[in-house]
Design a protein around this ligand. Structure first.
Ligand SMILES: Nc1ncnc2c1ncn2[C@@H]1O[C@@H]2COP(=O)(O)O[C@H]2[C@H]1O
Length: 453
């Protein structure tokens, strides 16, 4: 009950002229019970191991018997909430309602100023995350829902919306170097830029915009920091639940649906409409499975060759939303170098952590995960050449090409040239993650990259 009052109190202080004030007020004024206010847990994450080995060593191991309660917890909760719940149960998580930090007015002002330029491609999500005290995803989504008129259009309850967004943000693992809430915020910001492309903006309905932003924000929720092959070879229960196919993406989707229902955000809509939203969210999130890249690329090429995309058709708009989300998901090599490089280092650090785990448990080390042999520049050149460039070339074609696509392609080529030059500077063992590598001056524009095996 007290939780409800606090949230309402935050809601009352919301001012339309000062976007995002609502969140800061809620964070600042609340005296919250973290058990009831899952959204606004006072505890900041950051100390959990990259993956919870207790979960990975599943009960399918012969001879191992688990208590009913623990097994139930494991099945019902996300990885992240399992960690929270088990820590709470074991009394390891302090109840410190006052530990939500007050944001300095300067920070608040700077964050608000950044939001006024949220549709620009050089938006610095790392800075925004610092200015919002690690709340970039909630703050960004609240703002975008507001400026896109979604709160008004869908008559969304602000308390429920914040409860949902808070749950989503909390369920990202902040200790993952790459698959964390900042990545989700980065993808959401990119998605917003794509939704504003002239080719799309004039055709999209409020439902499309709602789905695009929601899917972007939640597309990797509760990512454990290891990939699908790892989950399959460690016989993780999610791998068997989803029959070794789109395991992570299915989990991201079902977790999102769980949180939508738990928050009650769509309760006021008709059952048919909420179900349709849940299904469409699934289709969008599942499209981010990188193993399905060729399938989507081939379909997009065919449409562009035949010039038969009709964005008046809901099915075609949905397809383009899938493509836009895929682009947003892997757009980090198209960002300006300083930001792009950070993402590259982060994703490789996550790969290397998985490789270390595999080494520790005598499993075969996955491709790209061996820090001894897979250098960051080599990984980047391969990723850009085989995955990113082909997709963005088609996206550029779709936008006919827009100014934004040209900017993205220019960054992509420049970054690829930078990595090509760095490849000869660093040997894999010398490469350090988060090394804040100096930018090598690319010479002669786009250098042809070498193939990597
Ligand atoms: N800069 C990058 N370098 C290499 N791989 C990347 C990079 N960015 C994204 N990826 C990969 O692209 C994948 C997209 O889907 P996932 O989020 O499952 O996992 C992501 C990473 O494996």
């Amino acid at each position: 009950m007290s939780c409800l009052m606090v949230e309402r109190c935050g809601g009352v202080s919301f001012k339309w002229l000062e976007q995002n004030v609502i969140q800061f007020r809620m964070l600042a004024d609340g005296t919250l019970n973290p058990v009831h206010a899952g959204v606004l847990l006072a505890e900041r994450r950051g100390s959990f191991p990259p993956i919870d080995l207790r979960i990975l060593k599943t009960s399918s191991q012969p001879g191992e018997v688990e208590s009913g309660t623990r097994r139930k917890l494991k099945r019902l909760l996300s990885f992240q909430r399992y960690c929270h719940a088990s820590k709470l149960l074991r009394g390891l998580m302090p109840h410190t309602p006052g530990s939500l930090h007050l944001l300095d007015d300067d920070y608040l002002g700077q964050a608000a100023h950044m939001l006024s330029k949220v549709d620009t491609w050089n938006f610095d999500i790392f800075l925004f995350d610092r200015l919002t005290n690690g709340n970039s995803l909630v703050t960004l989504m609240s703002h975008l829902f507001n400026v896109c008129g979604l709160i008004h259009h869908f008559q969304l309850d602000m308390v429920k919306l914040h409860r949902f967004l808070g749950m989503v943000q909390e369920d990202y693992h902040s200790n993952n170097p790459y698959h964390n809430a900042v990545h989700a915020a980065d993808v959401t910001q990119a998605m917003y830029c794509y939704l504003k492309e002239t080719k799309l903006a004039e055709r999209l309905t409020p439902v499309d915009v709602f789905l695009g932003l929601m899917a972007a924000a939640a597309h990797d929720v509760d990512h454990p920091g290891v990939n699908q092959p790892f989950l399959i070879k460690t016989r993780h229960h999610l791998a068997s639940l989803y029959q070794n196919t789109s395991v992570l993406e299915s989990h991201h989707w079902r977790s999102t649906v769980g949180m939508l229902r738990e928050s009650g955000l769509l309760n006021h809509l008709s059952a048919d409409m909420s179900l349709d939203i849940e299904q469409q969210l699934g289709s969008l999130i599942l499209a981010t499975d990188i193993n399905r890249q060729n399938e989507f690329l081939a379909t997009l090429r065919e449409h562009l060759d035949n010039q038969d995309l009709d964005l008046q058709l809901a099915t075609h708009r949905h397809f383009i939303l899938q493509i836009a989300l895929k682009c947003a998901d892997i757009c980090n090599p198209c960002r300006e170098w300083q930001m792009s490089r950070q993402w590259s280092e982060r994703v490789c650090e996550e790969f290397y952590r998985q490789g270390e785990l595999e080494r520790k448990f005598n499993l075969e080390i996955s491709p790209l995960c061996d820090q001894q042999t897979d250098s960051i520049p080599a990984i980047q050149i391969g990723f850009i050449s085989y995955i990113v460039e082909p997709l963005f070339e088609e996206w550029q074609r779709f936008t006919e090409p827009s100014v934004l696509s040209q900017i993205m392609m220019a960054h992509l080529h420049k970054n690829k040239a930078c990595w090509s030059r760095l490849r000869y500077v660093h040997t894999p063992v010398e490469t350090k993650t988060h090394s804040h590598t100096e930018e090598p001056e690319p010479q002669g524009g786009h250098e042809e990259a070498e193939d990597i095996p």
